[in-house]
Design a protein around this ligand. Structure first.
Ligand code: C5P
Length: 229
């Protein structure tokens, strides 16, 4: 069964310092958003997509959406609000046990192989999980004044990537609880963890980069070119 897809794309991408949100910056003449949706479509051609966009967004062009069944939903102030808005929009259509994959628009380099593997692993998982990559660098915590306070053991530490996939009912409960508690959650998994559940870590490629800083755009272009070879 094809999963539901939620793509939060309502951020402003201020850390990029660009003249437009990062999903509209071009790689090889096409916006990041179009690259990301093309990868998702290649893996899940029959999926139903919810695309979260800023209601004021005038740059979006529906020609970039390759899915037959999709809808635009209004994003919110934070990522979690945008994803919650998408889940609210499909209430009544999505069953509690339907799998929902949430993928950052800013991650165009996710591979079809990782997408398909994540979906297969989560197919019969009662909780859900996420693509993740083991931390390679030694991790330091700062003292707030530019010096090292502690070195964190890196064994067992992972980068949380996307997609993150959970059953519709569980994800909706988790995000509602996180928003009511006012806790800052930067991914779906942490909201699910707060309910006492343990998402599965599915090892994914480290080049599933989230375009965040100015140097990331060229890097993403190089990763996409290398993956095509
Ligand atoms: O800013 P950051 O890179 O953490 O955003 C992650 C993803 O969440 C991006 O795809 C961004 O467009 C999305 N987002 C959103 N609504 C917000 C903030 C971020 O859909 N209010």
């Amino acid at each position: 069964v094809a999963p539901w897809l939620v793509v939060p794309a309502a951020g402003q991408g201020r850390r990029m310092g660009a003249d437009r949100p990062k999903q509209y910056l071009a790689i090889d003449g096409r916006p990041v958003l179009a690259h990301t949706l093309a990868r998702l479509h290649a893996a899940f051609p029959a999926a139903r997509l919810c695309l979260c966009l800023d209601p004021e967004d005038a740059r979006f062009d529906p020609a970039w959406v390759p899915f037959a069944e999709w809808r635009r939903v209004p994003g919110g102030a934070e990522r979690v609000d945008s994803v919650a808005s998408a889940l609210a929009a499909i209430a009544g259509e999505a069953g509690d046990d339907d799998l929902v994959l949430v993928h950052d628009v800013a991650r165009p380099c996710v591979t079809v192989a990782d997408l398909v593997r994540l979906h297969a692993v989560l197919a019969d998982d009662p909780v859900g999980g996420l693509l993740a990559a083991p931390v390679a660098d030694t991790m330091k915590r700062d003292d707030g004044a530019g010096r090292v306070a502690t070195t964190e053991p890196r064994a067992g530490l992972w980068h949380a990537l996307t997609p993150q996939g959970f059953r519709y009912g569980l994800l909706r409960r988790a995000l509602t609880a996180a928003r009511e508690a006012g806790v800052a959650v930067t991914d779906e998994a942490s909201a699910v963890e707060a309910l006492g559940r343990f998402p599965r870590l599915v090892s994914g490629r480290r080049d599933n980069l989230k375009i965040t800083h100015p140097e990331d755009l060229a890097l993403a272009g190089q990763i996409l070119a290398a993956q095509r070879q």
